[in-house]
Write a protein of this length. Structure first.
Lengths: 883, 280
């Protein structure tokens, strides 16, 4: 066996390389898929606020369960995932209604957290060290006039008192310190401050009071909504996709257990605002979100890599055809010595299979090496190096495929009758005759294409549709091109155009022409399809980002009330910094209580200029009509979707005070950027004349460009006037977050697949030339003998190769575009479907053209070089060799 | 006796090529005794190689029967043919290299050829012994590309003879060899024929080879055109009574010529009817 491998070492190397390429395609898919999953987990955890990604466990309500739970009892409830969290922080929590001798009590939270004083800045006083000692925030001290030493009082739990028909006990708290919030991560996103003086649910609020652990024990009576608490901070660097799934399982189970335990004591499920016994964490939801993306990757990754693998298998098949043809004499030897077809098959398998399998390990290694830059450079979150179990399955499938292809190629020769083996040296079949294998391949691929086009092919099988179409077209062309070339060549020859005529005739009689046109079709199709997927995905993420944000930069102004006065400040500052409204414009948004309907009050001229409408912007006339409104209803409005109730032709819009107003529609837009599906746009001046903006509406600043300096100037100027920015979002940032998703990363594979497809086609062209050059050189030498000049003869192999490449690539490009049109609707482009569908799946013809030209240049250059190399082999001594 | 006899009856073989039928053999009746050493002569395209291939069971005749020993090769199943080729009938193709695995040494090639026969239970000499018998023990482990053409042909013969077959069919075993190598190959073949009683049929164009052989059969236009025994040329009457004319006589008697057979003193005179003579 070794001597056989050594004998044709070059061929063995090429076969092994092709086998390695097929294996790489198969092995890379699970590696990249796994890395994408890990990256998706990393991004999801990184983007999630601490309150969502960490875990809080609340014990049962002490008042309703008639006993106090020790925080320590809540530790160790996670059966298998506790190690994924940092050491738990124990705590207790309760609600206080502070009696400040005002009309209404001031409500807020009373917390104890082990080690709490190390994670706040104590401005005045000291850390609470005894029962009912508390610290309050600086803002609260200022709001309510508290100082160290102040004693405040609040009612204890009222349930038992009500049963006994008595008043709840009054608990006195002594303020021993005043603190500033710090280290938000340690506090797991729980907000300590920002509430003092702010009303919620008709009650003024106080900030979180921090007290000593002993407050939550006798002699202090049970407090309202008193719970033991344990906080777990997630060790995000320890959490991958498997751990996240395990966390979900554990947390769902724990949640169910706690709910069951607390049933009869408290009702409802816990949430961040009103926790009963239960857990607060969004890890299960995060796991679901990641899982949804993983499901999406199961469409795109196989769609691209299976087709590339198929192309690799086709090229390997061609190589094996050449290799087995070359071993016909060895098959004859085996058969002459009575070994039969089985013996001949064994002989070839023992020689070729090791060569094929030789490529498997390097293929896996190449996949691992290829996955490294993907992990290190393309994917965020530093996905770890892993060997997922699916890798083994993928490699086994690849090996099975390689063995099968080798076996079929070997059997094809081994079972040929001895007489045929002795008298036929090549597989040259002129004319329209269709081999059984080709006929089956055309029938199967054609049936697949028809089934897909009629919608009968769904699921995983539908993913093979692009490959089936290109194989179908490639094979049909492979059988159509030779007779057409023969006829055309004959005509040209009659017209005296020797070189073109002979080139076409040469192309028509060569098996290489058929194989090249089929290969070029599949490769061109794959390259164009991959690029289409990439470009369409990119375009749709851009559109989705533009729709999601509305403008290149949007700054949300902090406001829960006083919108009117803040709007005046904003307008004044903007009039100063951007007098003509070309760089920034205010947008006042009012949403219905359900959040389903909203109204944007804008400066029409500036808004139409700055908002990212893409192609669907209302006309200038509509914008002018918008600003032509008076201070009376109906308000001129541009609508998108179903913005509000309509009756008898009247439109209703939300005023900036949240009250419905009659409106008249001046235009309908497909969508309004930066908002949901049901939006009305009104003129800001008209809207503020008709109503006063209040807490129902919010102000945002929409900037025309991502100019951080200008944005900072505006934000700083507003801050100096007492209006603060709550949130700044940029188009780049939103786009980046959309890009950081599995659908996006999956489509990026298209770049690799496109390049690999063209590379494989070049390899195939080389293989076809290397295996057939001797016969061709002989034919050309005969032409030289017949008196055809050297220049003409030298051009023939090049033209004979260029023809199938040209036809194949053009047909392949058409197939790729059609495949993209058929398949892309089923390819996930965004991780989460947006509220407003901006999907644009139109074929990017410019990209198609560029890719086609690129393929033509690369494959054309390869064909020309190989043709030139064959022409250089034309020597008269070839005739002696043949004799 | 190891040798196998050959008997063909009305052997016809037609090739289908480029949409046309070409008759390579048109009724060949041939008898070869077991242990005989004989040659098939004839011009190119006469059908010699086709006859060899049919005798070796490489393909089936279009009509007629072939018996090799007790086996009707023309009706044998693929399995039976495989068994025959593995143990009893060896064909040496024209061009020594076509009979050998190019990457294997002479010894390995002989071993490869013996594999199936050994599995069938035949007691065969080791490859080295076979090579020794052919006088080339020194090349046993030498790569094939380092052998002379004569050595290469002897290795091809060793491969064919490694299974101790009853019939060896050799297609032009001496072509492309110098005189020394040619004589050596013929000598070895004759020795094998003598030693083991192996029936040897070889195709040749070479008159020196033909002269070396005790019996030659000439194939012409797909038929047996004559036979030579110990230097004497004979025409052979076919089973259905036809008598092909020797080549040089055919030039004198073009197709359509009427002839008469006259028995004269224990032999026959063949008298053509001349048109001019008749007129006269």
């Amino acid at each position: 066996m070794l001597s056989a491998l050594r004998y044709r070492a070059g061929q063995v190397v090429v076969i092994a390389l092709l086998s390695a390429l097929v294996t790489t395609c198969a092995a890379f898919a699970p590696l990249y898929d796994r890395a994408m999953q890990q990256a998706a987990v990393a991004v999801a955890l990184e983007d999630a606020p601490s309150a969502l990604r960490d875990l809080q466990i609340y014990g049962p309500d002490a008042e309703w369960s008639l006993r106090r739970t020790e925080p320590g009892e809540l530790v160790g409830l996670l059966p298998s995932t506790e190690h994924l969290f940092q050491k738990p922080v124990l705590g207790s929590t309760a609600t206080t209604r502070l009696d400040l001798d005002r009309v209404a009590p001031v409500e807020g939270e009373l917390w104890w957290r082990a080690g709490q004083c190390d994670h706040v800045d104590i401005a005045v006083g000291s850390c609470p060290a005894a029962s009912r000692q508390i610290m309050v925030t600086e803002a609260e001290a200022e709001e309510y006039g508290f100082t160290v030493g102040t004693v405040v009082k609040a009612k204890a739990a009222s349930l038992l008192a009500t049963v006994d028909n008595a008043e709840p006990e009054i608990v006195h708290y002594e303020i021993v310190g005043i603190y500033r919030a710090a280290d938000p991560d340690w506090w797991q996103g729980l907000q300590l401050d920002g509430r003092a003086g702010v009303a919620a649910s008709d009650l003024p609020r106080h900030d979180a009071w921090l007290t000593d652990q002993s407050t939550f024990s006798t002699p202090t009576p049970v407090l309202p909504r008193e719970h033991a608490w344990v906080g777990y901070r997630l060790r995000t660097d320890e959490v991958g996709v498997d751990e996240l799934a395990a966390l979900k399982t554990d947390l769902v189970q724990l949640s169910a257990t706690l709910e069951e335990d607390s049933s009869g004591t408290v009702g409802g499920s816990p949430d961040a605002g009103d926790p009963s016994s239960g857990i607060v964490s969004s890890l299960p939801a995060l796991a679901d979100r990641v899982d949804a993306q993983i499901q999406q990757s199961r469409t795109t990754v196989p769609l691209l890599l299976c087709q590339l693998g198929l192309l690799g298998v086709i090229v390997l098949w061609l190589m094996l055809l050449a290799a087995t043809d070359q071993r016909r004499s060895e098959v004859v030897v085996a058969r002459l010595r009575g070994r039969g077809t089985a013996g001949a098959r064994t002989l070839l398998m023992r020689e070729l299979l090791p060569a094929v399998l030789l490529g498997v390990v390097p293929g896996v290694v190449i996949a691992l090496l290829g996955a490294w830059p993907a992990r290190a450079l393309v994917l965020p979150g530093d996905p770890p190096f892993e060997l997922p179990r699916s890798l083994v399955a993928a490699v086994l499938i690849a090996v099975a495929m390689l063995v099968l292809v080798t076996y079929v190629a070997v059997v094809r020769v081994a079972r040929e009758p001895l007489g045929t083996l002795l008298h036929r040296t090549g597989g040259r079949r002129p004319g329209w005759r269709l081999g059984v294998g080709d006929a089956i391949a055309i029938a199967v691929s054609g049936a697949g294409v028809v089934a897909f086009a009629t919608g009968s092919l769904t699921g995983a099988l539908a993913l093979a549709a692009p490959a089936l179409l290109s194989v179908f077209v490639g094979l049909v062309l492979a059988h159509l091109l030779p007779p057409v070339a023969a006829r055309l060549g004959g005509t040209l020859l009659h017209q005296g155009r020797l070189r073109a005529g002979v080139s076409l005739l040469d192309a028509s009689r060569s098996i290489m022409t058929r194989r090249t046109v089929a290969l070029a079709t599949v490769a061109g199709s794959l390259a164009v399809f991959s690029v289409c997927g990439l470009v369409v995905g990119d375009r749709n993420r851009e559109l989705a980002a533009e729709q999601a944000i509305g403008a290149p930069v949007v700054v949300q102004v902090q406001s829960a009330s006083l919108t009117d006065s803040r709007l005046q400040v904003v307008e004044t500052v903007l009039a100063d910094l951007d007098p003509d409204g070309k760089r920034v414009t205010p947008v006042v948004r009012t949403a219905s209580s359900s959040g389903q309907i909203s109204t944007l009050a804008v400066d029409p001229e500036a808004f139409s200029r700055i908002a990212l409408f893409a192609d669907g912007a209302p006309s200038q006339k509509a914008w002018s009509a918008l600003s032509a409104g008076s201070s009376r209803e109906p308000v001129p409005t541009i609508t998108a979707g179903t913005p509000a109730e309509e009756g008898a032709g009247e439109v209703t819009v939300l005023g900036v005070d949240g009250v419905h107003q009659k409106a008249t529609r001046v235009a309908v837009a497909d969508r309004i950027p930066g908002d949901g599906p049901n939006v009305t746009v009104v003129d800001l001046s008209t809207a503020t004349e008709l109503a006063t903006p209040d807490y129902e509406s919010s102000i945002a600043l929409w900037f025309a460009t991502e100019d951080p300096a200008f944005v900072d100037t505006v934000v700083d100027t507003l801050a100096s006037e007492g209006v603060f920015a709550a949130d700044t979002r940029t188009l780049t940032g939103v786009r980046h977050s959309l890009d950081a998703s599995i659908p996006s990363w999956s489509l990026w594979l298209g770049v690799v697949v496109g390049f690999a497809a063209v590379l494989l086609a070049v390899v195939a062209l080389t293989v076809l030339t290397v295996t057939g050059w001797r016969v061709l050189a002989l034919d050309l030498t005969a032409l030289r003998l017949a008196g055809v000049d050297q220049r003409t003869v030298a051009g023939i192999p090049t033209y004979a190769r260029l023809l199938p490449v040209l036809v194949g690539v053009l047909a392949g490009a058409g197939c790729g575009a059609i495949c993209a049109a058929l398949t892309l609707p089923d390819v996930p482009l965004l991780a989460v479907p947006p509220d407003v569908d901006v999907t644009d799946l139109s074929i990017p013809w410019a990209a198609v053209a560029m890719t086609t030209i690129g393929c033509l240049i690369v494959l054309g250059a390869a064909a020309a070089l190989l043709g030139h190399a064959v022409a250089a082999m034309v020597r008269f001594d070839r005739l002696r060799e043949a004799a | 006796m190891n040798g196998m006899s050959i008997r063909t009856h009305g052997l016809v073989h037609i090739y289908h090529a480029e949409g046309h039928d070409v008759a390579a053999l048109s009724g060949v009746d041939l008898d070869v005794r077991a242990g005989e050493l004989m040659g098939l002569l004839g011009p190119s395209g006469a059908g010699k190689s086709t006859l060899m291939s049919l005798l070796a069971g490489l393909f089936r005749p279009s009509a007629g029967k072939i018996f090799v020993g007790e086996h009707e090769v023309s009706a044998a199943s693929t399995k039976e043919l495989d068994r025959l080729q593995a143990t009893r009938v060896s064909l040496i193709l024209q061009g020594a290299a076509r009979n050998l695995l190019p990457y294997a040494t002479p010894a390995a090639n002989v071993r490869f050829a013996q594999h199936t026969a050994r599995r069938a239970g035949l007691d065969l000499p080791p490859p080295e012994a076979v090579l020794d018998e052919l006088g080339i023990p020194a090349v046993a482990d030498r790569p094939l590309d380092r052998l002379t053409p004569g050595e290469l042909q002897l290795v091809a013969m060793a491969v064919a003879l490694g299974t101790r077959p009853g019939l060896v069919l050799a297609d032009e075993p001496t072509s492309q060899l110098d005189h020394g190598a040619r004589d050596l190959v013929l000598e070895r073949l004759a020795e094998i024929n003598r030693t083991h009683g192996t029936t040897v049929v070889l195709v040749t164009h070479d008159p020196h080879v033909a002269a070396f052989l005790p019996r030659t059969v000439t194939i012409r236009d797909g038929r047996i055109g004559g036979e030579g025994r110990s230097g004497e040329e004979y025409a052979v009457v076919t089973a259905d009574g036809f008598l092909p004319l020797p080549g040089h006589v055919r030039d004198d008697l073009p197709p359509g010529t009427l002839v008469r057979f006259h028995p004269v003193d224990g032999h026959y005179e063949l008298v053509p009817e001349r048109e001019g003579a008749e007129d006269e």
